[in-house]
Write a protein that binds this ligand. Sequence first.
Ligand code: HEM
Length: 181
Amino acid sequence: MSAATRYSIPAIVLHWLVTLLIFVAFPLGVYMHELPPSPTKIELYSYHKWLGITVLMLVAVRVSWRLTHTPPPLPSSVAAWQRQASAGIHGLLYVLMIAIPLSGWLMSSAKGFQTVWFGVLPLPDLVEKNRELGKLLTEVHKILNFALLASVVMHVGAALQHHFIERQPFLQRMGWNRGHS
Ligand code: HEM
């Protein structure tokens, strides 16, 4: 597949790296939230926050790369409504990949827990300690994650539909070299 119809290597690497980190941070978030208080729960909360802040950093790099490197054009066979839907979902995914870690960081600050990235780099508290705000941001973090889940299902569903139903080499655009020649 020619470079003209494929994302650049940095875009492909960042896509799959951020996907992997989110696919770990999400179930870890759900699991740790349900645990009774214990040293293990506190440890898992740290790992979750380290993953989340790493996602935020990588997404910042990704957005800068995306704004300076035009993605390959969609195949001409893609319908106008599919182009709009794809642009909409991609935009929403970028907003959520920034808003979710930010809401987590804000929530931790409001709950009085400083985030120390990988236990070595203390990050500034973005807001003063505030119990009510902490509760509100916990709900915001949860709701944004449900929106992420719905967007990822639509995103993956569309990619698989294009690739396996419409037989268009969509997965190759993002570096997956199996399937159509
Ligand atoms: C893309 C990155 C992230 C994803 C996908 C994510 C996902 C989640 C999910 C699914 C939950 C469980 C929500 C629930 O069941 O109520 C959760 C909880 C939590 N997250 Fe995140 N999160 C991310 C980043 C962060 C960051 C950066 C922080 C803090 C620096 C953070 C702090 C927390 C905390 C403290 C909880 C537990 C809230 C509670 O006790 O109710 N998250 N996260």
